[in-house]
Design a protein around this ligand. Structure first.
Ligand SMILES: *Cc1c(COP(=O)(O)O)cnc(C)c1O
Length: 230
C-alpha cells in the first residue's frame, strides 16, 4: 500500500471513531510520526494531505525541517524525550513540545524562551509505566504543573502519554481515560484550559479518539514498518 492509500484508510477510521462518539473530525489532529523516515516519504505524506509531523530526535528533525522549508504550512512537533542541552535548538524549530516532564527541563525552556522573548508551547508527558523512560509519574504531575505555572515563557496546553502496548487496543482504554481524567482534574483545580490530549498510535488511535484524543501520533500505519526499533 502507498502512503496515500494508508492516509486515506486512516482518515476513514478517524472519521468513524469520531462519528461513534459524536465528535467532529476537526477536533482531531492527525500527526505523522516521521522518525527515521526520509524527506521523500514526508513529502508523500504531505501530498496526501498531512500537515502535522512529529519527530523524536531534535537534530534528526531539524535536518528535515531545513530541507522542507518551502513547505511552510507544515507544523513540526517534537514528540520524543528532550535533553536539556538540546532545548536551545528545539525551541527554535518546533511548534509544540510534547515531552515536558521535569523541572530541569522547564528551567531550560524558560531560559531559552526568555532569550528569544517567545512563549514556548508544550504538553506535559505522563509516564504510566515501563513503556517509555520519559514522562512524569502521575503522582508528581501536579507538582510539575504548579512549577510551570510560575514560569513566564512556557505554556502548557495539555497532556501526552505513551501507554503500555497491548495486543488488544481495548486494553489501552483505561490509560486513555486516566490521561483525560488527569487533564480534567488539572483544569478544574487550577482553573485553566488544557485543550490537548496527545494519545493514540497506529494500533490504538480509534480508542484514543473515542476517549478524547485531540492529537493522534501515527507512524507505522502511514509509512509502514520502520527499519529499526522505536
Ligand atoms: C514512533 C512514535 C509514535 C508512532 O508509533 P506507531 O506505532 O508507529 O504509530 C507515536 N508517538 C511517539 C512518541 C513515537 O515515538
Amino acid at each position: 500500500m502507498s502512503i496515500k492509500e494508508n492516509v486515506l484508510k486512516i482518515e476513514e477510521r478517524i472519521q468513524k471513531a469520531c462519528d461513534k462518539v459524536g465528535r467532529k473530525r476537526e477536533e482531531v489532529i492527525l500527526l505523522a510520526a516521521s522518525k527515521t523516515q526520509p524527506v521523500e516519504k514526508i513529502i508523500e505524506a504531505y501530498e496526501s494531505g498531512i500537515r502535522y509531523f512529529g519527530e523524536n530526535k531534535v537534530q534528526e528533525g531539524i535536518e528535515k525541517i531545513e530541507k522542507l522549508k518551502e513547505y511552510a504550512d507544515i507544523h513540526w512537533h517534537l514528540i520524543g524525550g528532550l535533553q536539556t542541552n538540546k532545548v536551545k535548538y528545539a525551541v527554535k524549530y518546533y511548534e509544540l513540545i510534547h515531552s515536558v516532564d521535569r523541572q530541569a527541563l522547564v528551567d531550560e525552556i524558560e531560559k531559552r524562551g526568555e532569550k528569544l522573548n517567545k512563549v514556548i508551547d508544550g504538553l506535559i508527558e505522563v509516564n504510566f509505566g515501563e513503556e517509555s523512560k520519559f514522562g512524569v509519574k502521575k503522582d508528581n504531575l501536579k507538582e510539575l504543573f504548579e512549577y510551570i505555572l510560575t514560569k513566564k515563557y512556557i505554556k502548557i496546553h495539555g497532556l501526552m502519554a505513551i501507554p503500555p502496548y497491548f495486543e488488544n487496543p481495548e486494553d489501552v482504554r483505561p490509560y486513555f481515560i486516566k490521561l483525560r481524567t488527569l487533564r480534567d482534574n488539572l483544569e478544574k483545580e487550577y482553573n485553566v484550559k488544557l485543550s490537548h490530549l496527545s494519545m493514540g498510535m497506529s494500533h490504538d488511535f480509534e480508542v484514543a479518539i473515542e476517549e478524547g484524543a485531540t492529537i493522534v501520533r501515527i507512524g507505522t500505519a502511514i509509512f509502514g514498518e520502520r527499519n529499526y526499533a522505536k
